[in-house]
Design a protein around this ligand. Structure first.
Ligand SMILES: Nc1ncnc2c1ncn2[C@@H]1O[C@H](COP(=O)(O)OP(=O)(O)OP(=O)(O)O)[C@@H](O)[C@H]1O
Length: 232
């Protein structure tokens, strides 16, 4: 914890974290702490381990050495479903449910949280319109382009205003205007207190965030963080 027991715990803490896929060591002692309300871009060449790092945070992987703490608790043995309910995830494959239309995909985290989804219908429509899917709410994921799927995944990730947003290349398949709108959503949540961690190769996105809020960069290289928390 950053400040003893005086304040809230860091949202994400890696303590000399190592991770190997069988014999292949991808993370070789990563240490970092991300505070509540922080905004970070995670960069690094393709294959550097950005997705692996995010997977450790959302409890899809368990460290092979060191520790990962999320919301102040060790992820080893944690209640994965309870921790994930506090996160909004934009994964690389978008991970939309094919049997639900876009409206129900976006609403899914609300349903899981036990919210009154009917009462939130207007919010869902507004969010869908913001990401350019206002007229695609009744479509199914298979009917969408990859960029539209990505925008639906972003809307789904932010609909509950989670404490932590993790996004893996959220603008990889969208045009510049849509990327700008996605960034605005993340900035708005961040201003409201959410911690945001975005893995990206999109330098234009990072440049756009420059001077907006207190965005910082983390860079993964050779299995360690070589640039931790430098301002943009
Ligand atoms: N399930 C797996 N089994 C074995 N090796 C894997 C597995 N998943 C990823 N890797 C390897 O681990 C390394 C890190 O992969 P990762 O996907 O975390 O990188 P990345 O920085 O997110 O890359 P990109 O920018 O291309 O998405 C790569 O060399 C990859 O081939």
């Amino acid at each position: 914890m950053r400040n003893g027991d005086r304040g809230p715990p860091d949202v994400i803490e890696f303590e000399a974290t190592r991770f190997s896929y069988d014999a292949r060591e991808v993370l070789r002692g990563v240490s970092l702490s991300l505070e509540p309300g922080s905004l970070h871009f995670l960069t690094g060449r393709s294959g550097a381990g950005k997705t692996t790092l995010l997977k450790l945070v959302y409890l899809a992987l368990t460290p092979t050495g060191g520790a990962v703490k999320v919301f102040g608790g060790d992820t080893r043995g944690a209640d994965r479903a309870a921790m994930r309910r506090r996160m909004g995830l934009v994964l690389q494959d978008c991970d939309l449910l094919e049997h639900l239309d876009i409206r129900d995909n976006i609403a899914l985290p609300l349903r899981i949280a036990g919210a009154d989804v009917a009462a939130r219908a207007g919010d869902i429509e507004e969010l869908a319109a913001w990401v350019g899917l206002g007229d695609r709410l009744d479509a199914f994921p298979r009917e969408l382009s990859s960029g539209e799927r990505q925008r639906a995944a972003v809307a789904r990730a932010v609909v509950t205003a989670p404490e932590l947003v993790l996004a893996d290349e959220p603008t990889g398949d969208v045009d510049e205007e849509a990327a700008g709108r996605i960034l605005e959503l993340f900035l708005e949540l961040n201003r409201a207190g959410a911690a945001v961690l975005v893995a990206t190769h999109d330098m234009a996105l990072i440049r756009r965030a420059q001077g907006r809020g207190q965005a910082r960069t983390l860079r993964l290289e050779e299995g360690v963080i070589i640039r931790a928390g430098a301002p943009l």
